[in-house]
Design a protein. Sequence first.
Length: 114
Amino acid sequence: VQLQASGGGLVQPGGSLRLSCVASGSIVKIHVMGWYRQAPGDQRELVAATSSGDYINYLDSVRGRFTISRDDTKKTQYLQMNSLKPEDTAVYYCWAVIYGTEYWGQGTQVTVSS
C-alpha cells in the first residue's frame, strides 16, 4: 500500500489550499484516513481524521477552518484548508489505517506567509 499526497504550497494568511492523498495497492477497505502535520521543532500532531463509519475528528485549532473528506471509490482523501494562519505552516502527512496497519504518505509542505 502506498499513499501519495499532493497540494501543498505557499499561501498568504487567510488563503486556502486543498490537499489530496491517493492510496494505491491491494486495498479492500480503508478504515481510517487522516492528516498529521509536523512543524520544525514540534511533535507530529493529528489534524483531522475520518473513519469508514463517518466519524470525523479535528484538532481544536483547525476546527471550523479545515474540512476532511474522503471518496472511497477513488481511495482518496482530501483536506480543504481555509482561513490559513502562519501557525498552520508545517509538513502535512496523509495517514491511513487498513486492517490495523498504519500507512504514511510522504509529506507535503504547507507554508503560510505574507
